[in-house]
Write a protein that binds this ligand. Sequence first.
Ligand code: AMP
Length: 231
Amino acid sequence: MRIILIGPPGAGKGTQAERLTKKHGIPAISTGDLFRARVKDPNDPLGLEIKAILDSGKLVPDEITVKMLAERLEKDDCKNGFILDGFPRSVSQAEALEKMLKEKNIKIDAVIQLKVDDKQLVDRISGRFSCSKCKAGYHDTAKQPVVAGVCDSCGAKDSFTRRADDNAETVKGRLNVFHTQTAPILPFYEARGLLKAVDGMAGMDEVTTQIESALTSNNGGSQLPPPKKFG
Ligand code: AMP
């Protein structure tokens, strides 16, 4: 199964991608994670260039992004499928992906859109942090660890970290980038009968249920009631 998750930053793509990975045994590929891994080496010039872009909240140029994604899709674990989280983020990337997959003679099965309310996203994102050891996610108000400073999942102490681009100012810029550059890919996939919308403001389990039901529906269109209107 080959799935694309689309939604603004903080919509819960990472959480849902992780759940899909566990259930379907296919890897979740986050271009944001690929970039964050690349910026770890302070002597890597490309890493430094990417870091400056990530900190600004803008999009990394297609030449870099598409190449990195293509290399990742070549790995063995992608043979039986994959979940894309954060790619494509523009029509040009969607076109590049379509071309790349056509050459491999494979197709995307579903594009899941997580619909969310912008106003709540800023709070959601600016409060989030995670364990650097096991990646478990937390939030200042919505989900604190049971014991302060200790990860509930792996027991690591003082391992919590926040993303540099998860501050209110950058988040607003990232939301703007989503609406101007990423949202135009929705009609692109709608036209191909692949787009399925789920209510990303629902509880995490409910969102997972909606995604699974969208994946089992097979007539190409959204099987869900029209998403709620926000704002
Ligand atoms: P994310 O972890 O998906 O929120 O991505 C973090 C940052 O990585 C974004 O704000 C962009 O700067 C960059 N990024 C991630 N995916 C892409 C992509 N497909 N195209 C361009 N830039 C990206």
